[in-house]
Design a protein around this ligand. Structure first.
Ligand SMILES: Cc1ncc(COP(=O)(O)O)c(C=O)c1O
Length: 401
């Protein structure tokens, strides 16, 4: 442990150390080095040691187990402007910082690990999933890092970009006719059959495999509780498979003795909002949404065990999600996908509902990179009737035609 005086001495520039002579082909750093003598630092003092306000976290040690050890432990970012506006602390868990780029890395690892532990997946085996989105990307990374083959079935209505991305990450991709769930040719049934017909091959079934929810009970929830040091009043996020909302809700309710309020956020076209707000009596599916990866037509097995723990549901129209895409970028420098921004809009609405002084946490699921050609396209925004949703002063960010 350093005393304050020792700390000051350790961080003071030491003039005796000569300035480094940089070779001509090396870029000169834009920030002048301070030339402090590196000292061993304790976990408590680590953040005080950095002279430019970037914290060195003791949690970020070597990711010994490669890709997998780099999953999770994402920062909890304070959204400054929305916090000021509401008088609450609005915090977003930066899941876009996972090594595969989204919150789904956690679920991808847990469903693979679960298959291994059940003896369904052995070295050299194959993982099969029906997905066009982030779960496929997370699984592709996890499978490569563990030496498994990945096979993806998806409806053939998905963009070539998504197919290409999964293929370049090493997956075998089968785009199949986009037919309803009750048709045996539906992509989920094809994925199931593919796995059933082969040895050492498992369908990870992200929607109804509760190993998905377990990932958030064991990692996301505890991280949020530790990062806020238990000072959290409410949590909200949307539901795709519901692994995140169910797992985090379950953990936060347990650890806080039921005190943390948990609300599911829902886009148009999804049944979760009406189901939860009618106490399970109604499943109305009105409209459709531009958000991807969220919204649901049924109560998945990941949601079922925890749905009664929810304090309520928040309906978030696409206009609010789009407004937040532009506000998060302009006000916070955060380049986020539409589902993250739906969550931020829900966190803002929840903060307003609960009143000043509350701490509200949400999930920043992924970045906007994969969606930029739509979210920042004037034409697309006009086509979707969402141009007016972009605050006038921020329309300059819509640089694509
Ligand atoms: C971008 C994005 N946001 C949110 C979610 C929803 O997470 P969950 O499946 O845990 O409900 C997903 C799921 O695929 C997603 O891809």
């Amino acid at each position: 442990m350093f005393t304050r005086t020792a700390l000051r001495a350790a961080t003071r520039p030491v003039n005796r150390i000569p300035t480094l002579t940089l070779r001509a082909n090396y870029a000169t750093p834009s920030v002048k080095p301070t030339h402090t003598t590196p000292q061993p630092i304790s976990a408590d003092d680590a953040h005080k040691m950095n002279p430019r306000g970037l914290e060195i976290s003791s949690a970020q040690r070597i990711a010994e187990n490669g890709f997998i050890s780099a999953i999770g432990n994402t920062p909890l970012i304070r959204l400054k402007k929305l916090s000021e506006e509401t008088g609450c602390e609005i915090l977003g868990k930066a899941e876009f910082q996972n090594p595969g780029g989204s919150v789904k890395d956690r679920a991808a690892y847990y469903v693979v690990k679960d298959a291994e532990e059940r003896g369904l997946l052995k070295p050299g085996g194959t993982v099969v999933e029906g997905t066009a989105g982030n779960t496929g990307i997370g699984l592709a990374h996890v499978c490569r890092s563990k030496g498994y083959k990945l096979v993806i079935f998806m409806p053939n209505t998905q963009s070539q970009g998504k197919i290409d991305l999964l293929r370049l990450l090493g997956a075998e991709v089968y785009p199949v006719p986009a037919v309803a769930y009750d048709n045996p040719e539906n992509y989920n049934h094809q994925a199931t059959r593919y796995a059933e017909e082969r040895e050492n091959c498992v369908w990870t079934n992200q929607f109804d495999n509760v190993a998905n929810r377990q990932a958030h009970i064991e990692t996301t929830g505890p991280e949020i509780w530790a990062q806020t040091q238990g000072k959290i009043d409410a949590f909200t996020c949307a539901s795709g498979t519901a692994g995140t909302i169910a797992g985090v809700t379950r953990y936060l309710k347990d650890v806080s003795g039921g005190k943390v309020k948990c609300y599911v956020a829902d886009p148009p076209g999804s049944v979760i909002y009406t189901y939860v707000s009618s106490g399970g009596k109604m499943t109305e599916r009105k409209g459709s949404s531009i958000t991807e990866g969220i919204g649901q037509g049924r109560i998945t097995s990941n949601l079922q065990p925890d749905i009664d723990l929810l304090d309520g549901a928040l309906h978030v129209p696409d206009a609010s999600s789009i407004e937040m895409v532009y506000r998060c970028l302009d006000e916070e420098g955060l380049y986020l996908g539409a589902s993250s921004c739906l969550n931020v809009a829900a966190a803002r609405d929840l903060a307003v509902k609960l009143g000043p002084g509350n701490t509200v946490v949400t999930i920043l699921c992924d970045g906007a990179y994969r969606y930029a050609d739509r979210l920042f396209s004037k034409k697309w925004l006009h086509e979707k009737g969402l141009w007016e949703a972009v605050p006038e002063g921020l329309r300059r960010y819509a640089v694509l035609d």
